[in-house]
Design a protein around this ligand. Sequence first.
Ligand code: WAQ
Ligand code: MG
Length: 280
Amino acid sequence: MAKILKKTPDQLFSMKMRASQGGPHEEGGRHISGQERIVDREHLESCVHSMIERAHTHQRGFADFINIKIELIDLDEVAYKPILKFSEVTVHNLEEGRQAAFDELVAAGVSEKAARNGIDAILALPDSMRGAMIMDAVSGERLDNLGMRGVRVSDMDVAKPEDFKDALDAIGLTSEHAREAMVLAAKVASSEDSVAELCWSDDPQYTIGYVASPKNQYRRIPYLKPAGDMLGGRVFYVKPGTDIQKYRNYMEHQITFITANEDGYITDNPDFEKNEIVGN
Ligand code: WAQ
Ligand code: MG
Protein backbone atom coordinates (compact mmCIF):
# COMPACT_ATOMS: atom_id res chain seq x y z
CA MET A 1 0.00 0.00 0.00
CA ALA A 2 1.34 3.41 -0.93
CA LYS A 3 2.31 5.59 1.98
CA ILE A 4 1.46 9.26 1.86
CA LEU A 5 4.25 11.50 3.08
CA LYS A 6 4.26 15.03 4.36
CA LYS A 7 3.56 17.08 1.23
CA THR A 8 0.15 15.53 0.76
CA PRO A 9 -2.76 17.86 1.56
CA ASP A 10 -4.72 16.79 4.63
CA GLN A 11 -7.88 16.31 2.67
CA LEU A 12 -8.54 15.20 -0.88
CA PHE A 13 -11.95 14.90 -2.49
CA SER A 14 -13.20 12.60 -5.17
CA MET A 15 -15.46 14.51 -7.58
CA LYS A 16 -17.84 12.95 -10.06
CA MET A 17 -20.04 14.69 -12.56
CA ARG A 18 -22.62 13.19 -14.87
CA ALA A 19 -24.90 15.20 -17.10
CA SER A 20 -27.83 14.23 -19.26
CA GLN A 21 -30.62 15.65 -21.41
CA GLY A 22 -34.30 14.84 -21.05
CA GLY A 23 -34.05 14.08 -17.33
CA PRO A 24 -31.64 12.04 -15.22
CA HIS A 25 -29.90 9.02 -16.78
CA GLU A 26 -31.91 6.63 -14.61
CA GLU A 27 -35.15 8.11 -15.93
CA GLY A 28 -34.16 7.72 -19.56
CA GLY A 29 -32.25 10.95 -20.15
CA ARG A 30 -29.57 10.75 -22.83
CA HIS A 31 -25.96 10.93 -21.70
CA ILE A 32 -24.25 14.23 -22.43
CA SER A 33 -21.03 14.21 -20.47
CA GLY A 34 -19.25 13.10 -17.34
CA GLN A 35 -16.01 13.75 -15.51
CA GLU A 36 -14.07 12.42 -12.56
CA ARG A 37 -11.34 14.18 -10.63
CA ILE A 38 -9.54 14.17 -7.30
CA VAL A 39 -8.81 17.63 -5.91
CA ASP A 40 -7.83 19.31 -2.67
CA ARG A 41 -10.09 21.65 -0.66
CA GLU A 42 -8.74 24.73 -2.37
CA HIS A 43 -9.77 23.52 -5.82
CA LEU A 44 -13.26 22.22 -5.05
CA GLU A 45 -15.16 25.33 -6.12
CA SER A 46 -13.25 25.86 -9.35
CA CYS A 47 -13.73 22.21 -10.22
CA VAL A 48 -17.51 22.43 -9.68
CA HIS A 49 -17.52 25.50 -11.86
CA SER A 50 -15.70 23.81 -14.73
CA MET A 51 -17.90 20.73 -14.47
CA ILE A 52 -21.04 22.86 -14.87
CA GLU A 53 -19.38 24.67 -17.75
CA ARG A 54 -18.60 21.38 -19.47
CA ALA A 55 -22.15 20.08 -19.08
CA HIS A 56 -23.69 23.31 -20.34
CA THR A 57 -21.46 23.88 -23.36
CA HIS A 58 -21.07 20.32 -24.58
CA GLN A 59 -20.96 19.32 -28.27
CA ARG A 60 -23.49 16.58 -27.52
CA GLY A 61 -26.09 19.12 -26.42
CA PHE A 62 -27.28 21.11 -23.42
CA ALA A 63 -27.55 19.12 -20.19
CA ASP A 64 -30.80 19.76 -18.31
CA PHE A 65 -29.70 17.41 -15.52
CA ILE A 66 -26.33 17.56 -13.75
CA ASN A 67 -25.31 15.42 -10.80
CA ILE A 68 -22.10 16.41 -8.97
CA LYS A 69 -20.89 14.25 -6.12
CA ILE A 70 -18.07 15.25 -3.76
CA GLU A 71 -16.64 12.77 -1.28
CA LEU A 72 -13.70 12.97 1.08
CA ILE A 73 -11.28 10.16 0.26
CA ASP A 74 -9.42 7.91 2.64
CA LEU A 75 -5.74 8.64 2.12
CA ASP A 76 -4.80 5.17 3.32
CA GLU A 77 -6.57 3.69 0.31
CA VAL A 78 -4.53 5.39 -2.42
CA ALA A 79 -2.83 3.34 -5.17
CA TYR A 80 -0.28 4.65 -7.67
CA LYS A 81 -0.21 3.29 -11.21
CA PRO A 82 1.96 4.26 -14.20
CA ILE A 83 0.73 6.04 -17.29
CA LEU A 84 0.69 3.83 -20.40
CA LYS A 85 3.24 4.25 -23.13
CA PHE A 86 1.65 6.17 -25.99
CA SER A 87 1.86 5.33 -29.68
CA GLU A 88 -0.30 6.04 -32.71
CA VAL A 89 -1.49 3.73 -35.46
CA THR A 90 -1.37 5.18 -38.98
CA VAL A 91 -4.72 5.00 -40.71
CA HIS A 92 -6.15 7.09 -43.54
CA ASN A 93 -9.87 6.59 -43.22
CA LEU A 94 -12.65 5.08 -41.18
CA GLU A 95 -12.40 1.65 -42.76
CA GLU A 96 -8.70 1.38 -41.94
CA GLY A 97 -9.41 2.72 -38.45
CA ARG A 98 -11.97 0.03 -37.68
CA GLN A 99 -9.67 -2.64 -39.10
CA ALA A 100 -6.85 -1.29 -36.93
CA ALA A 101 -9.08 -1.49 -33.84
CA PHE A 102 -9.77 -5.14 -34.63
CA ASP A 103 -6.09 -5.90 -35.28
CA GLU A 104 -4.95 -4.10 -32.13
CA LEU A 105 -7.49 -5.94 -29.98
CA VAL A 106 -6.33 -9.29 -31.33
CA ALA A 107 -2.67 -8.29 -30.85
CA ALA A 108 -3.51 -7.41 -27.23
CA GLY A 109 -4.86 -10.90 -26.56
CA VAL A 110 -8.58 -10.60 -27.39
CA SER A 111 -10.11 -13.37 -29.52
CA GLU A 112 -11.24 -12.49 -33.04
CA LYS A 113 -14.82 -13.17 -32.08
CA ALA A 114 -14.67 -10.92 -29.00
CA ALA A 115 -12.90 -8.17 -30.95
CA ARG A 116 -15.67 -8.20 -33.55
CA ASN A 117 -18.39 -8.35 -30.88
CA GLY A 118 -16.98 -5.36 -29.02
CA ILE A 119 -16.82 -3.14 -32.09
CA ASP A 120 -20.29 -4.27 -33.16
CA ALA A 121 -21.68 -3.73 -29.64
CA ILE A 122 -20.69 -0.06 -29.68
CA LEU A 123 -22.00 0.39 -33.23
CA ALA A 124 -25.33 -1.19 -32.24
CA LEU A 125 -26.00 1.19 -29.34
CA PRO A 126 -29.09 3.38 -29.72
CA ASP A 127 -27.10 6.25 -28.14
CA SER A 128 -23.95 6.56 -26.08
CA MET A 129 -23.85 4.88 -22.71
CA ARG A 130 -22.82 6.63 -19.50
CA GLY A 131 -20.10 4.05 -18.78
CA ALA A 132 -18.43 1.02 -20.33
CA MET A 133 -19.45 -2.54 -21.19
CA ILE A 134 -17.48 -5.39 -19.67
CA MET A 135 -16.86 -8.22 -22.11
CA ASP A 136 -15.25 -11.65 -21.86
CA ALA A 137 -12.05 -11.42 -23.93
CA VAL A 138 -12.45 -14.95 -25.25
CA SER A 139 -16.18 -15.63 -25.65
CA GLY A 140 -17.12 -12.04 -26.51
CA GLU A 141 -20.07 -12.22 -24.14
CA ARG A 142 -21.12 -9.04 -22.36
CA LEU A 143 -20.83 -9.65 -18.62
CA ASP A 144 -21.98 -6.55 -16.74
CA ASN A 145 -25.79 -6.58 -17.02
CA LEU A 146 -25.80 -2.81 -16.53
CA GLY A 147 -27.61 -1.82 -19.69
CA MET A 148 -27.07 1.77 -20.85
CA ARG A 149 -25.40 2.66 -17.56
CA GLY A 150 -22.39 0.39 -17.84
CA VAL A 151 -19.45 0.70 -15.49
CA ARG A 152 -18.11 4.16 -14.87
CA VAL A 153 -14.44 4.34 -13.86
CA SER A 154 -13.91 6.97 -11.18
CA ASP A 155 -11.87 7.92 -8.10
CA MET A 156 -8.81 8.65 -10.22
CA ASP A 157 -6.61 11.52 -11.32
CA VAL A 158 -3.03 12.36 -12.18
CA ALA A 159 -0.51 12.20 -9.34
CA LYS A 160 1.42 15.32 -10.35
CA PRO A 161 -0.40 17.57 -12.80
CA GLU A 162 2.71 19.43 -14.00
CA ASP A 163 4.65 16.25 -14.79
CA PHE A 164 1.65 14.75 -16.48
CA LYS A 165 1.13 17.83 -18.61
CA ASP A 166 4.84 17.94 -19.53
CA ALA A 167 4.79 14.28 -20.46
CA LEU A 168 1.76 14.73 -22.70
CA ASP A 169 3.03 18.01 -24.18
CA ALA A 170 6.27 16.24 -25.11
CA ILE A 171 4.36 13.90 -27.39
CA GLY A 172 2.00 16.56 -28.71
CA LEU A 173 -1.07 15.59 -26.73
CA THR A 174 -2.74 18.76 -25.63
CA SER A 175 -6.46 18.01 -25.67
CA GLU A 176 -8.49 17.44 -22.54
CA HIS A 177 -9.82 14.30 -24.22
CA ALA A 178 -6.34 12.83 -24.48
CA ARG A 179 -5.42 13.72 -20.90
CA GLU A 180 -8.54 12.12 -19.50
CA ALA A 181 -8.27 9.08 -21.75
CA MET A 182 -4.64 8.49 -20.70
CA VAL A 183 -5.71 8.54 -17.04
CA LEU A 184 -8.71 6.27 -17.51
CA ALA A 185 -6.85 3.79 -19.75
CA ALA A 186 -4.01 3.55 -17.21
CA LYS A 187 -6.41 2.73 -14.41
CA VAL A 188 -8.26 0.12 -16.48
CA ALA A 189 -5.03 -1.52 -17.66
CA SER A 190 -3.74 -1.64 -14.08
CA SER A 191 -6.27 -4.31 -13.12
CA GLU A 192 -4.84 -7.81 -13.33
CA ASP A 193 -8.14 -8.93 -14.87
CA SER A 194 -7.98 -6.52 -17.82
CA VAL A 195 -6.93 -7.82 -21.23
CA ALA A 196 -7.70 -4.73 -23.32
CA GLU A 197 -9.90 -1.67 -23.67
CA LEU A 198 -11.58 -0.40 -26.81
CA CYS A 199 -12.76 3.22 -26.91
CA TRP A 200 -13.87 5.94 -29.16
CA SER A 201 -15.27 9.32 -28.23
CA ASP A 202 -18.94 10.21 -28.31
CA ASP A 203 -18.21 13.88 -28.95
CA PRO A 204 -19.34 14.52 -32.54
CA GLN A 205 -16.23 16.44 -33.60
CA TYR A 206 -13.74 14.06 -31.96
CA THR A 207 -13.22 11.02 -34.21
CA ILE A 208 -10.29 9.58 -32.24
CA GLY A 209 -10.22 6.40 -30.21
CA TYR A 210 -7.77 3.82 -28.94
CA VAL A 211 -7.06 0.26 -27.94
CA ALA A 212 -5.22 0.08 -24.63
CA SER A 213 -3.79 -3.00 -22.96
CA PRO A 214 -1.18 -4.06 -20.43
CA LYS A 215 0.59 -5.80 -23.33
CA ASN A 216 0.74 -3.10 -26.02
CA GLN A 217 -0.08 -0.04 -23.91
CA TYR A 218 -1.96 2.93 -25.41
CA ARG A 219 -2.50 2.61 -29.17
CA ARG A 220 -4.26 5.66 -30.50
CA ILE A 221 -6.39 5.30 -33.64
CA PRO A 222 -7.19 8.64 -35.31
CA TYR A 223 -10.43 7.68 -37.09
CA LEU A 224 -12.97 5.42 -35.51
CA LYS A 225 -16.11 7.19 -36.58
CA PRO A 226 -17.22 9.78 -39.13
CA ALA A 227 -17.08 13.42 -38.01
CA GLY A 228 -20.48 14.55 -36.73
CA ASP A 229 -21.38 11.14 -35.33
CA MET A 230 -22.63 11.26 -31.71
CA LEU A 231 -22.00 7.60 -31.02
CA GLY A 232 -18.98 6.43 -29.06
CA GLY A 233 -18.33 4.02 -26.28
CA ARG A 234 -16.01 1.79 -24.32
CA VAL A 235 -15.55 -1.95 -23.91
CA PHE A 236 -13.39 -3.40 -21.14
CA TYR A 237 -12.21 -6.90 -22.08
CA VAL A 238 -11.54 -9.17 -19.12
CA LYS A 239 -10.05 -12.61 -18.63
CA PRO A 240 -12.53 -15.49 -18.54
CA GLY A 241 -13.60 -16.22 -14.98
CA THR A 242 -13.13 -12.62 -13.75
CA ASP A 243 -15.16 -11.75 -10.66
CA ILE A 244 -17.25 -8.97 -12.18
CA GLN A 245 -18.39 -7.47 -8.85
CA LYS A 246 -14.78 -7.19 -7.73
CA TYR A 247 -13.69 -5.77 -11.07
CA ARG A 248 -16.46 -3.21 -11.01
CA ASN A 249 -15.62 -2.24 -7.45
CA TYR A 250 -11.99 -1.66 -8.42
CA MET A 251 -12.97 0.53 -11.37
CA GLU A 252 -15.52 2.56 -9.44
CA HIS A 253 -13.89 2.88 -6.02
CA GLN A 254 -10.16 2.19 -5.91
CA ILE A 255 -8.55 5.60 -5.38
CA THR A 256 -5.87 5.71 -8.07
CA PHE A 257 -3.26 8.29 -9.01
CA ILE A 258 -1.55 7.96 -12.36
CA THR A 259 2.15 8.76 -12.43
CA ALA A 260 4.31 10.12 -15.24
CA ASN A 261 7.83 11.46 -15.16
CA GLU A 262 9.13 14.67 -16.62
CA ASP A 263 11.68 13.26 -19.07
CA GLY A 264 9.42 10.76 -20.72
CA TYR A 265 5.92 9.54 -20.73
CA ILE A 266 6.24 6.29 -18.97
CA THR A 267 7.65 5.25 -15.67
CA ASP A 268 8.35 1.71 -14.61
CA ASN A 269 8.25 2.79 -11.03
CA PRO A 270 4.67 2.91 -9.78
CA ASP A 271 5.82 4.58 -6.58
CA PHE A 272 7.32 7.50 -8.45
CA GLU A 273 7.45 10.55 -6.17
CA LYS A 274 4.39 9.50 -4.31
CA ASN A 275 5.02 12.08 -1.63
CA GLU A 276 4.07 14.94 -3.88
CA ILE A 277 0.38 14.73 -4.56
CA VAL A 278 -0.78 18.25 -5.24
CA GLY A 279 -4.10 19.85 -6.08
CA ASN A 280 -5.16 19.91 -9.69
N1 WAQ B 1 -15.83 5.14 -17.25
C1 WAQ B 1 -16.34 4.26 -18.14
N2 WAQ B 1 -16.75 4.62 -19.36
C2 WAQ B 1 -16.66 5.91 -19.69
C3 WAQ B 1 -16.12 6.88 -18.81
C4 WAQ B 1 -15.71 6.44 -17.52
N3 WAQ B 1 -15.22 7.28 -16.62
N4 WAQ B 1 -16.15 8.09 -19.43
C5 WAQ B 1 -16.67 7.85 -20.64
N5 WAQ B 1 -16.99 6.55 -20.81
C6 WAQ B 1 -17.58 5.91 -21.99
C7 WAQ B 1 -18.99 6.38 -22.26
O1 WAQ B 1 -19.71 5.30 -22.81
C8 WAQ B 1 -18.79 7.44 -23.31
O2 WAQ B 1 -19.89 7.51 -24.16
C9 WAQ B 1 -17.58 6.91 -24.07
O3 WAQ B 1 -16.80 6.22 -23.10
C10 WAQ B 1 -16.77 7.97 -24.71
O4 WAQ B 1 -16.40 8.93 -23.73
O5 WAQ B 1 -6.80 11.87 -28.21
O6 WAQ B 1 -13.29 11.45 -25.37
O7 WAQ B 1 -15.33 10.96 -22.84
O8 WAQ B 1 -5.92 9.90 -27.78
O9 WAQ B 1 -16.34 10.95 -25.19
C11 WAQ B 1 -10.14 8.93 -26.86
C12 WAQ B 1 -8.97 9.45 -27.67
C13 WAQ B 1 -11.12 9.98 -26.46
C14 WAQ B 1 -8.10 10.38 -26.89
C15 WAQ B 1 -12.20 9.33 -25.67
O10 WAQ B 1 -14.29 9.57 -24.68
C16 WAQ B 1 -6.85 10.73 -27.67
C17 WAQ B 1 -13.28 10.24 -25.23
P1 WAQ B 1 -15.62 10.23 -24.10
MG1 MG C 1 -17.72 12.41 -24.57
